[in-house]
Design a protein around this ligand. Structure first.
Ligand code: AKB
Length: 314
């Protein structure tokens, strides 16, 4: 029987993947953990406070619950990582080592760890960035993600740990508020538009970035984890794409439904982070290996966000 330990449960992906996994496997099959107290849906199933920088605490949790798989999502996002290098390293890389060691020593079935488009730097091909484009990240977050990818590949190659990973683009969902990412302007913008407030964007109007609606990200994660091991040819992390847009384009898609919505631009330090990342992603290998196919484009996502936010946050 699958028993899943989920770290970083209160983050933007956590809430969404956990509810999908619980619907598939049963509520008790997923132990949600975070350093923050649970809110909303997370209260509807097993939850524990867990500091993932403490290897003994993770191991205790794994043993007590008979864990067979770990989804390790606890991390600082890019903008926050830039402001606290020691914490970013301890949390984003140190904790990955704890998880990989536990998976090796206790023969866990599978581990999921998220990487990001941030592994690419300014010298990567910026359009349709291929899987093996040069990876020379210039951000704290990207350096940690690239390091983590290499550790995942090492633990798979050397110890047989079945660790799987995706290079997520910017993720946009209605259930959580922005959490320190550079792409998070694309979450905040919908909340401001629905509150009839003007939106000041911290990126310039033409900053094109790869993005994805949350439902697609959840599906990709679960499909990757359910794929037979012999379908997984990438043991660093898979490129994953869906759509690609600029702040001006997302504003225009909102204005189609809310014509009074106003946007202005005031780029800050996050502009430099965004400028170092690709415009769009080539995810042909994920499509060929395990059938990846996104469902949402920008108009479909805007329609969902503008409908779902008021329902969820009323
Ligand atoms: C961020 O902006 O930090 C993340 C990412 C692209 O990995 N959403």
């Amino acid at each position: 029987m699958k028993k899943i330990l989920f770290t970083g449960a209160a983050g933007q992906l956590g809430v969404e993947i956990i509810s999908k996994l619980r619907a598939e496997l049963g509520t008790e099959a997923v132990i949600a953990t975070d350093i923050r107290e649970p809110e909303g849906e997370l209260k509807n199933g097993p939850f524990e406070i867990l500091d993932v920088t403490d290897e003994a605490a993770i191991l205790d949790c794994v043993k007590r619950h008979g864990i067979t798989q770990i989804y390790h999502l606890a991390a600082l996002l890019s903008a926050r990582a830039e402001k606290d290098i020691p914490l970013a390293r301890k949390l984003n890389i140190g904790s990955l080592h704890h998880i990989l060691n536990i998976a090796r020593d206790h023969k866990l079935e599978r581990v999921f760890w998220p990487s990001s488009i941030a592994v690419f730097g300014p010298d990567a091909d910026s359009d349709n960035t291929p899987q093996n484009s040069p990876c020379n990240p210039t951000t704290v977050y990207g350096i940690n993600k690239l390091t983590g990818e290499q550790w995942c590949a090492y633990y798979h190659r050397t110890f047989g740990v079945d660790v799987r990973s995706l290079r997520y683009p910017g993720l946009i969902g209605y259930k959580t508020l922005p959490g320190g990412g550079t792409t998070d302007y694309a979450v905040d913008i919908y909340h401001k538009a629905l509150a009839s407030e003007p939106f000041e964007c911290f990126l310039g109007p033409d900053t094109r970035l790869p993005m994805m609606y949350m439902d697609d990200a959840v599906k990709a994660t679960i499909d990757l984890m359910n794929a037979p091991a012999d379908r997984i040819t990438i043991r660093t992390s898979y490129n994953l794409g869906a759509m690609s847009f600029t702040p001006a384009e997302i504003a225009a898609s909102i204005q189609q439904q809310l014509p009074a919505f106003e946007i202005s631009y005031n780029p800050d330090y996050r502009q430099q982070i965004a400028d170092s990342w690709p415009n769009s992603i080539d995810d042909a290998i994920a499509r060929a290996d395990w059938g990846w196919q996104p469902a949402y484009d920008l108009p479909a996502m805007t329609a969902e966000m503008l409908n779902r936010i008021p329902e969820h946050w009323q």
